[in-house]
Ligand binder design. Structure first.
Ligand code: TXA
Ligand code: MG
Length: 341
């Protein structure tokens, strides 16, 4: 398949290109699109064949459901049987933006989208190019992150091209993603709201709106072999560079000394620490700024492959605020391998 690549810098001025991307989606095609979190691989959520082709292009396991993206609250009514007061409050505070809600689905949502679950994940992104395209095509869009399954999520068009060139109809280059990590996922289908995937909307912020929210145990730990995850995506090794990654807990001095004993390794460290470590390394933001770490993480994970070492030791982040999301992604990238110094 020949993949068309177009660049849209201003959604209002590039109306013809917005229409071009919308036409691909209306015709049942696949489009990699920018959102404020990461790039998404989008198709018409109501067209089963189109959604099936997303699974094929990504090599995604069929039991991992997808998020349905909309432009406005009215678009959600046909998709869910209930929009509880908690959802209203979350929407008011975080939408459009990097938050996804799990809600009970109607029959309008095909089983391929929800992987046969009785629920559907809904998000309203804020990226102006994405919003313009959803509006123009007038369809809810199923979109997982636009990477080959298991690879780090794409935060710019170059990453999408690396993973999906020749496998999708169009890639829309809308620049670097502002957030850089996938949306926060909250389920509103249980007795109390539950955080399934941390993101830039932090647990502390969510608590202000949902005082009884609980954090799913799979956020910070590996699930038992036979456990059924609340969010199927949580069980896979994910976001992974091609080389082996190990997450190392300890302070700067401890980490520097540890790496000295591993001369053949590489390191993933915070900004400024590259001068202290004696091995090849990549940086992922300031030690005290989880929002900037979130922004850099997926690019940094892709850069690790170029270090050429067999193993890379990563400095573990603090787990407060957006740091919990950074930790959650690094833990999966490391296949849950951690060392405490
Ligand atoms: O920021 C994002 O959320 C990006 C952009 C493109 O919107 N999308 C994204 O999609 O990260 P994906 O497919 O890579 O991750 C969706 C996560 C998966 O872990 C999946 O298992 C979970 O959401 N999920 C989707 N539907 C669900 C459902 N009905 N119940 C529980 N978890 C669900
Ligand atoms: Mg993904």
């Amino acid at each position: 398949m020949k993949t068309t690549i177009i660049k849209i810098t201003d959604a209002a001025r590039d109306a013809a290109k917005i229409r071009q991307a919308a036409e691909v989606l209306k015709a049942g095609g696949l489009a990699a699109l920018p959102t404020e979190t990461v790039y998404g691989l989008a198709a018409n959520a109501l067209d089963e064949d189109a959604v099936m082709s997303i699974y094929r292009a990504k090599g995604r396991p069929a039991d991992n459901p997808m998020i349905v993206h909309v432009a406005s609250l009215e678009d959600i009514h046909p998709l869910v049987t209930d929009f509880p007061p908690e959802a209203e409050r979350l929407a008011k505070r975080f939408w459009p933006g990097p938050l996804t809600m799990i809600l009970p689905k109607t029959g309008a949502v095909p089983d391929v989208v929800s992987a046969k679950l009785p629920t559907v994940a809904i998000r309203m992104p804020s990226h102006p190019v994405f919003r313009a395209i959803v509006r123009e095509c007038g369809l809810p869009l199923a979109a997982p992150s636009a990477n080959v399954s298991g690879r780090p999520s794409p935060t710019n068009a170059r990453h999408c091209i690396e993973d999906l060139n020749g496998k999708v109809d169009i890639i829309v280059d809308g620049g670097e993603c502002e957030v850089g990590l996938e949306s926060t996922v909250v389920s509103l289908c249980g007795e109390v709201p539950r955080l399934l995937r941390p993101g830039i909307c932090s647990p502390e912020e969510l608590l202000e709106i949902l005082p009884d929210i609980t954090v799913d145990p799979a956020v910070s730990a590996r699930l038992a072999e036979n456990a059924k995850p609340a969010s199927p995506g949580m069980k896979y090794r994910h976001y992974a560079p091609n080389i082996k990654l190990v997450l190392v807990h300890g302070n700067r001095g401890e980490f520097t000394r540890f790496v000295k004993t591993k001369p053949a390794a590489g390191a993933l460290v915070f900004d400024g620490e590259e001068k202290r470590v004696s091995v090849p390394c990549v940086t992922y933001g300031p030690a005290d700024d989880p929002v900037r770490q979130a922004n850099r993480l997926f690019s940094a994970l892709r850069e690790l492959d170029a270090l050429g070492t067999a193993v890379v030791y990563a400095r573990a982040p603090e787990q407060y605020g957006a740091g919990l999301a950074v930790y959650n992604r690094l833990l999966r990238a490391a296949g849950f391998e951690e060392i405490y110094l």
